[in-house]
Design a protein around this ligand. Structure first.
Ligand SMILES: Nc1ncnc2c1ncn2[C@@H]1O[C@H](COP(=O)(O)OP(=O)(O)OP(=O)(O)O)[C@@H](O)[C@H]1O
Ligand SMILES: Cc1ncc(CO)c(N)n1
Length: 277
């Protein structure tokens, strides 16, 4: 019997931590992949006990457990694009970098998650050097927010000229694109500006700032949208265009659930596409 012709299903993999509250981490990534029409896979690095009020517990997995998940995926299901989120320790970073290299996963988005919005550490301080040394050289794109960019570049960022200098320094660590997100700065400004550096030119992505406290998981959701688009063979600039529209809709329709910082709304982008809002 001949095998039935299969429609091409694009597949994306997230290597990240679990957020029990469902707004960030693996949960945000898988919801975003699904909404953008991509089959989602996951390798868990840690379990967090977390809700809209903050992080109540962090339970990292053994490096062997992460390696085993990546081997299960790598030997059977080839992802079209991969993202990393919370990696927690240098041991986990090494395990991930080794498997990403071994399987040749070159459509890699590294979201250098360091601290949750409430201030809980999601990456040990001594792991930053491992991230720079082993993972950034493998990345197609890295998506730091301003505090993460300060730690990676080793410089204080106060104006746009500083952001450009930091982006250059991070680009020199190996990623082909640096996407420096502006959500955390100029919170009184009516616009949010992300800066993208491809090694030659700077591009500014400006969007109206949404006044809301429901921003739990913005970074994860944005990098997952980028990854979903790359999985469908879009270029990085094309992927950014859709990811910005996805995150903007998700923030604009942020969910008022729980009694703290509610999650972004992963349904919002497709609801708009389908004319439901
Ligand atoms: N209030 C806002 N209004 C509109 N866009 C926003 C807002 N906050 C963040 N964004 C956009 O969301 C995306 C994620 O940015 P942000 O700087 O919040 O990431 P992050 O700090 O890594 O998130 P997290 O705190 O979840 O780790 C960026 O494209 C940014 O421009
Ligand atoms: C598991 C996890 N990953 C990433 C973030 C960053 O938003 C978070 N709060 N929790």
């Amino acid at each position: 019997m001949t095998e039935p012709t299969r429609n091409k299903i694009f597949k994306a993999l997230t290597i990240a931590g679990s957020d029990s509250g469902g707004g960030a981490g693996i949960q945000a990534d898988l919801k975003t992949f699904q909404e953008l029409g991509v089959y989602g896979m996951s390798a868990l690095t840690a379990v967090t006990a977390q809700n809209t009020l903050g992080v109540q517990g962090v339970y990292p997995l053994e490096a062997d457990a992460v390696t085993a998940q990546l081997d299960s995926i790598g030997t059977d299901l080839t992802p079209d694009a991969v993202k990393t989120g919370m990696l927690f320790s240098s041991g986990l970073i090494l395990a991930v970098a080794e498997k990403v290299s071994q399987y040749g996963w070159d459509h890699l988005v590294v979201d250098p998650v360091m601290v949750a919005k409430g201030g809980s550490p999601l990456l040990q301080q001594e792991a930053v050097q491992a991230l720079i040394r082993y993972l950034l050289p493998l990345a197609l794109a890295v998506t730091p927010n301003i505090p993460e960019a300060e730690i990676l570049s080793g410089m204080k960022i106060s104006g746009m000229a500083d952001r450009e200098t930091a982006a250059r320094l991070i680009h020199a660590m190996g990623p082909r694109y640096v996407v420096l997100k502006g959500g955390h700065v100029d919170e009184d400004s009516p616009m949010v500006t992300d800066l993208v550096f491809d090694g030659e030119k700077f591009t500014y992505w400006e969007s109206p700032r949404v006044a809301t406290q429901h921003t739990h998981g913005t970074g994860c959701t944005y990098s997952a949208a980028l990854t979903a688009e790359l999985a469908q063979h879009k270029t990085v600039p094309e992927a950014i265009q859709t990811a910005k529209a996805f995150i903007h809709a998700a923030i604009e329709d942020g969910l008022n659930i729980g009694s703290g910082h509610g999650p972004t709304n992963h349904f919002a982008y497709q609801n708009r596409m389908r004319g439901r809002r």
